[in-house]
Design a protein around this ligand. Structure first.
Ligand code: G3H
Ligand code: 13P
Ligand code: ZN
Length: 323
């Protein structure tokens, strides 16, 4: 067992308190490899933003738990080397069992999500409470979820969303003891969130549900999953360089900016980063068909990713200069 404090990580408690008070959201960026980690840390150091490094079940399988642990420790040192010791949380994204949670906590995670949103309400309460009781013994913070998002997360595809029922949030938070709550207000996982015609806007978020939730749990940290915006310039580049992604749109950045000003204090972005890397790699392959050194396509992908993250931090989440 290695405790997260030994790796120089923090849990999310204080970060969320500050974010709710300050009217901004902490970026929660997923990572699976070195280049993504480098892009996240350098973007956050340059903008002086706290950060949540998220690891999905798929990422654990892809990257190996031991390597992830050392990458996270490396991230703490790397940030210092770049000139700013930003607070870094290592978070399990969409945890699906107490076993997974235990194994993550044992290898240095400082925060975990238990996603019981697909279970009936009472089952979600019971399982989430079990996770909280275990995690809190190690001072690890826990995110729960109420309501189901549409889209793809890990291997699960949900055709339809069901919005969070505000009348449940107070009871859920009280009975489980979670430290933050993910809610469903119209965001959705993946790069194919909304089908739109050219020039058509994606549907707005359900701010009425968010406000109802806030009324019932004032000041309590709220989380938005599925918050990628599927930037149209990046999609256009992907298509220009031989890709095929048509008629797709994400959550508008204006809507996210508005949400970040409320009790929403953690915003999850993964798909936009995937799109940015894909666009950059495709460009190299089309423009330089003889290229075969991974550093010469992963390098540009990393640069594009860093630029995207800085934009999110400065212009969408408002977490710049909060360290
Ligand atoms: O919510 C899901 C995240 O985007 C992680 O996706 O399971 O493909 O790593 P993944
Ligand atoms: P996106 O697919 O919108 O990037 O959402 C990521 C997410 O919610 C990770 O938990
Ligand atoms: Zn998610």
């Amino acid at each position: 067992m290695i405790h997260y404090k030994e790796l120089g990580l923090v849990n999310s408690k204080e970060l969320f308190q500050n974010a709710v008070k300050g009217g901004y959201a902490i970026p929660a960026f997923n990572f699976n490899n070195l280049e993504q980690m480098q892009a996240i840390i350098s973007a956050c150091v340059e903008t002086k933003s706290p950060v949540i490094l998220q690891v999905s079940k798929g990422a654990r399988k892809y990257a190996n738990q031991t390597l992830l642990q050392y990458l996270a420790k490396g991230a703490v040192e790397y940030a210092k080397e770049l000139g700013c010791a930003i607070p870094i949380v290592l978070h399990l994204d969409h945890g699906d069992s107490l076993e997974t949670v235990k194994s993550c906590i044992e290898s240095g995670f400082s925060s975990v999500m238990f996603d019981g949103s697909h279970f009936p309400y009472e089952e979600n309460v019971r399982l989430t409470k079990e996770v909280v009781e275990y995690a809190h013994k190690y001072d690890v913070t826990v995110e729960g979820e109420l309501g189901v998002l549409a889209g793809i997360e890990d291997d699960v595809v949900a055709e339809h969303s069901s919005y969070t029922r505000p009348e449940e949030v107070e009871d859920f938070v009280k009975r489980t003891g979670v430290d933050s709550l993910a809610i469903s207000i119209g965001t959705s996982h993946g790069a194919f969130k909304f089908k739109v015609q050219p020039g058509e806007l994606p549907p707005p978020l359900k701010f009425d549900i968010l406000e109802e939730c806030e009324k019932r749990i004032p000041g309590f940290p709220i989380v938005l999953h599925g918050a990628s915006s599927v930037p149209q310039d990046i999609v256009a580049d992907i298509n220009k360089y031989g890709g095929k992604m048509e008629g797709t749109a994400g959550v508008s950045e204006d809507q996210l900016r508005r949400a970040a000003g409320s009790a929403v204090c953690k915003i999850n972005i993964d798909s936009d980063g995937r799109l940015a890397m894909t666009a950059a790699i495709r460009k190299v392959f089309i423009e330089k068909p003889g290229e075969f050194d991974p550093r010469n396509y992963l390098g540009p992908a990393r640069d594009k990713l860093k630029e995207l993250y800085k934009h999110k931090i400065i212009n969408v989440l408002g977490s710049a200069n909060r360290v």
